[in-house]
Design a protein around this ligand. Structure first.
Ligand code: 5GP
Length: 193
């Protein structure tokens, strides 16, 4: 998606050959107009898949996931990273290791909101090692939901997440694919269409 690639080129900061900072429009300050375009692009791509729920992982996936859910006219579900005192209903949980923090968290889904009747699209901001997306997949498999695909804003193709997801036979739709990064320099690969 040219619009997103341009923003990354102009405002993204490659902190190292592994970590890209996009705090000015995705992760800290959020550009709602960009998110609307992203949501529409994701929505159009999955329009024929009869999606019934869009699922994301808190917190940076929420903005694009909400916009995609709006386009597809379905609810959005946020997988929780933190135990909540009010989330005392029937839940499923799985352990995920955070790429950026190196720590682990229990990803949690209330069984009330996704069931075996659902056709689910997962949306997240980054794909690195794929741990977050795999955590979402495991939770959705626990409730027997059908996974129609994973939409990612920024895939770092030199990290293994995409290939692992391909091996599982789950479609990954990445709006921007980074082939290579060095401090201060970003090289794009061909985005998914
Ligand atoms: P994964 O689970 O695929 O290894 O990493 C994905 C998660 O880690 C994303 O949800 C995102 O929050 C975070 N992440 C991974 N790589 C980056 C990065 O280069 N920059 C930022 N800001 N977050 C990242």
């Amino acid at each position: 998606m040219k619009l997103l690639e341009d923003r990354i080129r102009n405002e993204g900061i490659a902190l190292s050959d592994q970590i890209l900072k996009v705090d000015g429009f995705i992760n800290h300050q959020v550009d709602p107009f960009l998110m609307k375009e992203i949501g529409d692009e994701i929505g159009r791509h999955f329009d024929e898949k009869n999606i019934t729920k869009v699922v994301t992982i808190e917190s940076s996936g929420i903005s694009p996931a909400l916009m995609a859910a709006m386009y597809l006219n379905v609810p959005m579900i946020i997988l929780k990273k933190q135990a909540s005192k009010v989330l005392n209903e029937d839940v499923c949980q799985t352990n995920v290791t955070s790429f950026t923090k190196g720590t682990s968290y229990e990803l949690t889904l209330s069984k009330k909101y996704v069931t075996k009747e659902d056709n689910v699209l997962i949306v997240d901001d980054f794909m690195a090692n794929g741990e977050a997306a795999f955590g979402a997949v495991r939770l959705l498999e626990m409730v027997d939901a059908k996974i129609q695909g994973v939409a990612i804003l920024i895939e770092k193709s030199f990290q293994p997440g995409r290939e692992r997801m391909d091996k599982l036979g789950i479609e990954v739709f990445s709006l921007a694919r980074i082939a290579k990064m060095e401090k201060g320099n970003i090289t794009f690969g061909k985005a998914d269409e």
